[in-house]
Design a binder for this molecule. Structure first.
Ligand SMILES: NC(=O)NCCC(=O)O
Ligand SMILES: [Zn+2]
Ligand SMILES: [Zn+2]
Length: 483
């Protein structure tokens, strides 16, 4: 059984051209003119692009005394509905729990996935066992390790643990990632705000100013540089953090920054809404920022100093958010966005001229696949690549509404936003999962994608670090060791 996508314009990270795409056995079999197949998908007036890859989701994640409400069933349905064909979630060992143990827990959850997936492994504590198991994790195709510099007393790791883990990542050809906020300062500010009677959701934003993010980003960059490893900074939300990344890249350091669609399009005024529920539903870390920070993030995407747009999809129901009534520190942190990332970015990015269509493909798919070690199997429209494709109708419009979403929660942070640019079809390894909003995805269709360590950037950086490593000076008559 073959499927042909006809009459569309292929848009990749670097090319735009008219051609048909033939899909067979879950892969792209041929790209060319006048192709035919058993089943025809009409792409007239549409762009044929690699499906989105969301590198940052938390599905059924145990967090702040509860579990995020979208699991691998509803979460990956939401992804496909919005043109995203792969998610990278986080396996999160409880402090003291082994990495391989956590991994099998996440493998159990993801059996329900409708689209392909991978994980990052979180380093939430440090020991010889963690050090040893990191190798096995990489051998099993999980090549990125996440570190929380915030959430003191829960997930946070300290600088000595960061340095040890980053060095281990360097040895293994893996990529360390950071949630960059100074957790000690956030804890102090939170306690002071509560003591002063600041108990509402707006205090969440007061407790996490841009400085805590800028400081932690810079610290992580310097630690990664000393460990000789590239670094990926998740949910970059402000100019202070972007500035640190930009500066590091200008100095030749290998650092990636990931803004979220929420930070690009929603601002801090949401927290001043008179409705407690409205504000609490938007509590996430880092919080939404001012317009000035948003402009910085958009500029970073067009300038190339920021490489990826994600969602950090970590959705909680209104009832879950209400755990924090009277104490903002107990509001579960996180927002949704999986179904809306591509339409919102197209509407506010491509339709406004802030980014090109090709840049859109790069930041939503191709750059993720390259950075995360799965290109060109994913993130490409090339013969032999997985047929994870979105046929994008730039004229299709809708108004975002929780009443029509796949996500399991009872609201949407983008409620009422009009978007122009939607999937006509979404294909996951050749299976047509979405047709003009109608779902035909299959629970359990999603497969785990093993990723490759030691990509070109890791190799180049370790070569450079080896070349410039400290060496003893040879002096005549004195052994170099100084003995
Ligand atoms: N971002 C957020 O508020 N929740 C999800 C966990 C995290 O990424 O920090
Ligand atoms: Zn985070
Ligand atoms: Zn996250």
């Amino acid at each position: 059984m073959t499927t042909v996508i006809k009459n569309g314009t292929i848009v990749t990270a670097d090319l735009t051209y008219k051609a048909d795409v033939l899909v067979e056995g879950g892969r792209i079999a041929k790209i060319g003119q006048g192709l035919s197949g058993d089943k025809v998908l009409d792409a007239t007036g549409c762009y044929v692009m690699p499906g989105g890859i969301d590198p940052h989701t938390h599905l059924e994640m145990p967090f702040m005394g509860t579990y995020s409400a979208d699991d691998f069933d509803s979460g990956t349905r939401a992804a496909l509905a919005g043109g995203t064909t792969m998610v990278i979630d986080f396996a999160l060992p409880a402090p003291g729990q082994g990495l391989l143990d956590a991994l099998s827990m996440w493998h159990n959850k993801s059996t329900r996935a409708h689209c392909d997936y991978s994980y990052h492994m979180a380093i939430t504590w440090w020991s010889e066992q963690v050090f040893d198991e990191m190798k096995e994790v990489v051998d099993r195709g999980i090549t990125s390790f996440k570190h929380f510099m915030a959430y003191k007393g829960a997930l946070m790791v300290n600088d000595d643990e960061l340095f040890a883990s980053f060095r281990r990542c360097a040895e293994l050809g893996a990529l360390p990632m950071v949630h960059a906020e100074n957790g000690d300062v956030v804890a102090e500010l939170s306690a002071r705000l509560l003591a002063e009677g600041n108990r509402g959701p707006e205090a969440h934003a007061y407790s996490r100013p841009p400085q805590v993010e800028g400081e932690a980003t810079n610290r992580a960059i310097m630690i990664a540089d000393m460990a000789g490893v590239p670094l990926y900074v998740v949910h970059t939300s402000c100019e202070e953090s972007h500035e640190a990344i930009r500066r590091a890249r200008m100095q030749g350091k290998r650092v990636y920054g990931e803004p979220l669609i929420q930070h690009l399009t929603l601002d801090e005024s949401e927290y001043f809404n008179a409705d407690w529920d409205h504000a609490a539903r938007r509590v996430m870390s880092p919080p939404f920022r001012s317009k000035q920070h948003q402009d910085s993030l958009w500029a970073g995407l067009s300038a190339g100093s920021l490489q990826v747009v994600a969602t950090d999809h970590c959705a909680f129901t209104t009832d879950q958010k209400r755990f924090g009534k009277g104490d903002f520190t107990k509001i579960p942190n996180g927002t949704g966005g999986l179904e809306d990332r591509l339409p919102m970015l197209w509407t506010h990015g491509v339709n406004t001229g802030r980014i090109t269509m090709n840049e859109f493909v790069a930041v939503t798919s191709t750059n993720v696949a390259k950075i995360m070690g799965m290109y060109p199997r994913k993130g490409a429209v090339l013969e032999g690549a997985d047929a994870d494709l979105v046929v994008w109708d730039p004229q299709a419009e809708k108004t975002i509404s929780a009443s029509r979403q796949q996500s399991a929660i009872d609201y949407n942070v983008f409620e009422g936003q009009k978007v122009k640019g939607l999937p006509r079809f979404t294909l996951t390894r050749g299976h047509v999962a979405v047709t003009e909003g109608a779902m035909s995805s299959k629970e359990g269709h999603g497969e785990f994608i093993a990723r490759e360590p030691n990509g070109p950037v890791n190799r180049a950086l370790s070569q450079w670090k080896e070349l410039t490593a400290p060496r003893p000076v040879e002096r005549s008559g004195i052994p170099a060791s100084g003995v």
